[in-house]
Write a protein that binds this ligand. Structure first.
Ligand code: BGC
Length: 386
């Protein structure tokens, strides 16, 4: 196995691979010897499946990959972990998959163990993007490349790559959905809206919120959208750990102070599904007016059921199978001494410089398209949504 130092990788990715969508997997079927010849001749290309010996099914990876996930509490991370483990194994790698119960110290010690037990590459979905600097120093010393998975790891120059869904686009799509559903350009309004975003330690949350607010802010400024609670800045509308209980408690207070007299709440921007669940619980207990438009993200089963029942208007669908496939493709490229495919080298500066990224495209799901997106694609069975 040939690996390059992160710095060398960074230099190498100046030749950015612009790829559409996110579904192309590398089916590495060349033998180790062939791989080496191709590496040396510079012939190995990121998206190229070697055609010779294409009937050969034997996995050709090798080495141990550490996969650190934040928590089992949320459906999506279970899917991410399961998909990553299965795909890495299929590609011939040994996998050390760990979940950290949303506890930063646990995640740090899991990563330390991965480094000390011979993992040759780390894929990390951080709990707190700012808390891994010290442990990743160890990774860097041992020349272990790091891929930040879904969430960017901040202020560490040990991060080689970042793979995620386009976080800003997630927020834009949520904002656009509210704009379209309330027909903001053509209606007089005013409409009442409340805002709920995610954990301040998760770098994604600022992108989600920023993307949505870039759409909604002009309508707030013009008075067409009114945030009756007055709570609009990121820190105030953030939700620690993305916890449903926290968003529920905050919404309870907002409803009793602003909507208990029958004032209509027209929309709640929720950055993801766990926060949306808390908001729905709160509204069911406290709110008697017409049901608002509620956004979400992840298409978790409970939320898709709420969508079918009309309790949540939309969710963003981020197909975790697609992200896993892309990350395994990146792992494979790095482990072979090549550069990983990226399609963005400008957006994600983690404080030490821009991290070359691969951004998958999110789409919105609602009552009208969920069957095609979620059932026909095999993501869920019909029974799971009953
Ligand atoms: C992910 C979301 C998820 C949230 C809470 C974010 O970093 O991008 O998909 O809903 O964390 O786990």
């Amino acid at each position: 196995m040939k690996r390059k130092l992160p710095g060398v990788i960074l230099a190498g990715v100046l030749a950015v691979t612009l790829l559409a969508g996110c579904g192309s997997a590398v089916g590495t079927t060349a033998t180790e010897g062939e791989k080496q010849v191709k590496e040396e001749s510079g012939e190995i290309a990121k998206d190229e499946t070697p055609t010779e010996d294409s009937g050969q099914e034997e996995p050709q990876g090798g080495g141990k990959i550490g996969v650190a996930m934040p928590t089992k509490d949320l459906q999506r991370w279970n899917q991410d972990g399961t998909n990553m483990e299965a795909e890495l194994k299929e590609a011939g790698y040994e996998v050390d998959l760990q979940y950290a119960s949303n506890d930063i110290a646990t995640q740090v010690s899991q990563i330390e163990n991965m480094i000390n037990s011979g993992c040759e590459l780390l894929v990390i979905a951080s709990i707190d993007g700012d808390s891994l600097g010290t442990v990743l120093e160890m990774a860097k010393e041992k020349e272990i490349p790091v891929i930040a998975y879904d969430r960017l790891i901040m202020n560490s120059d040990a991060v080689s790559y970042y793979a995620t869904f386009d976080n800003y686009m997630v927020g834009s799509k949520q904002g656009e959905y509210i704009k379209t559903q309330l027909n903001l350009d053509a209606s007089d309004g005013p409409f009442n809206i409340e805002l709920v975003t995610g954990d301040p330690g998760d770098n994604n949350a600022r992108y989600f919120f920023g993307g949505a607010m870039d759409v909604l802010q002009p309508y707030i400024d013009s008075g067409k959208l009114v945030v009756k609670s007055g709570q609009t800045d990121f820190e105030t509308v953030a939700t620690a750990n993305w916890a449903s209980e926290a968003s529920q408690a905050r919404m309870d207070a907002i409803i009793s102070a602003n909507y208990a007299d029958g004032t209509k709440l027209d929309a709640v921007l929720c950055s993801n599904d766990s926060t949306a669940l808390g908001v729905v619980n709160s509204l069911e207990a406290n709110y008697t007016g017409d049901w608002p438009i509620i956004t979400g993200q992840d298409c978790d089963i409970a939320n898709v059921k709420n969508m079918i029942d009309g309790k949540q208007a939309m969710s963003i669908f981020k197909d975790t199978r697609t992200l896993a496939t892309k990350v395994v493709e990146m792992v494979d490229a790095i482990m072979q001494g090549s550069e990983a495919p990226v399609n963005d080298t400008t957006t994600y500066d983690n404080g030490t410089g821009v991290i070359p990224s691969y951004l998958c495209e999110p789409v919105f799901a609602d009552k009208d398209n969920y069957v095609e997106l979620l059932i026909d694609s095999g993501y869920y069975t019909e029974d799971q949504l009953k």
